[in-house]
Design a binder for this molecule. Structure first.
Ligand code: ADP
Length: 264
């Protein structure tokens, strides 16, 4: 077997839900299969998953995406439960145990909390459990309310988790094949950049504003996440999550999506 790798995989709302805002069951099921399989190959897997508000809003039969903070937080509480139920079921099908970890920014800033968190992750991974991480949206409001989103639909959260757990790789699954030289939804001539050696101001200029209707981060927050993780020696790959089998290609070293090269 190749070297044992610790990988963090981030999936966004646009990957986990379909056009109607319902759970995309096929993608969730395939994601569980592929991640279970990657763990079977001897690797360690941590999943960072958003989508709680969108799924909760659907389950509560809200007519539209909630705008008010308290309704968003209520929807997050309902949706988080539904998401974990689905993950538990699909991963359970492949005989895997999952664990839920909900985080806020201060859980990582406070040294004692941070140490506890690292110990929890290490213990779960030792026990071959797959941790599933999300921001604790029902308690904090940084992520869902602020303009400059701290964790940017979990993109930054996934980088923070990757650094905290000293991961070998961070894979960000999006609704697009990778990072382009301009927003491909606005320009037909946009070209995929397969490798970025270093992120600087000129790279940020290529990223448009917030992305899809269901996703919220867009490429800017993915770049910030890649910046944080690569600076700590972690390779970051941004690619399309609609076919989770693409993770097999990544694990076998094939060129997929955009690779942001680790800086040390
Ligand atoms: P997710 O839910 O996966 O986080 P987002 O919708 O937040 O997805 O972000 C992905 C979107 O970012 C793409 O669909 C695209 O419209 C937009 N985008 C802006 N600039 C770029 C770029 N340079 N390359 C690729 N996508 C870009």
């Amino acid at each position: 077997m190749s070297k044992k790798n610790r990988i963090v995989i981030k999936v966004g709302t646009s990957t986990l839900t379909n056009e109607l805002g319902n759970s995309d069951l096929r993608t969730v099921e395939q994601l569980a299969l592929v991640l279970a399989d990657i763990q079977n190959m001897g690797h360690e897997v941590i999943l960072v998953s958003s989508g709680a508000i969108a799924i909760g809003a659907q389950k509560m039969h809200l007519a539209e995406k909630p705008k008010e903070l308290r309704m968003k937080q209520a929807a997050a509480a309902v949706g988080q439960c539904e998401n974990m139920f689905l993950y538990d079921k699909f991963f359970g099908y492949y005989n895997k145990t999952v664990a839920q970890i909900l985080l806020n920014a201060d859980d990582i800033i406070d040294e004692e909390k941070k140490e506890n968190l690292v110990n929890t992750f290490e213990t779960l991974l030792e026990q071959e459990v797959i941790p599933i991480v999300n921001e604790n949206d029902s308690v904090s409001y940084t992520e869902i309310e602020s303009e400059e989103k701290l964790f940017g639909d979990n993109d930054m959260l996934s980088a923070v988790v990757a650094v905290l757990c000293r991961a070998d790789k961070l894979i960000i699954l999006s609704d697009i094949d990778g990072f382009y030289d301009k927003d491909p939804r606005l320009s037909k001539t946009a070209k995929l950049i397969s490798r970025i050696e270093a992120i600087d101001e000129s790279t940020y200029k290529l990223a448009g504003g917030a992305g899809s209707r269901r996703g919220t981060g867009g490429m800017k927050t993915k770049l910030q996440a890649a910046d944080t993780a690569t600076a700590q020696g972690i390779d970051v790959i941004v690619t399309n999550g609609k076919n989770p089998r693409i993770l097999y290609d990544i694990m076998s070293g094939k060129k997929v999506g955009t690779l942001f090269v680790a800086q040390k």
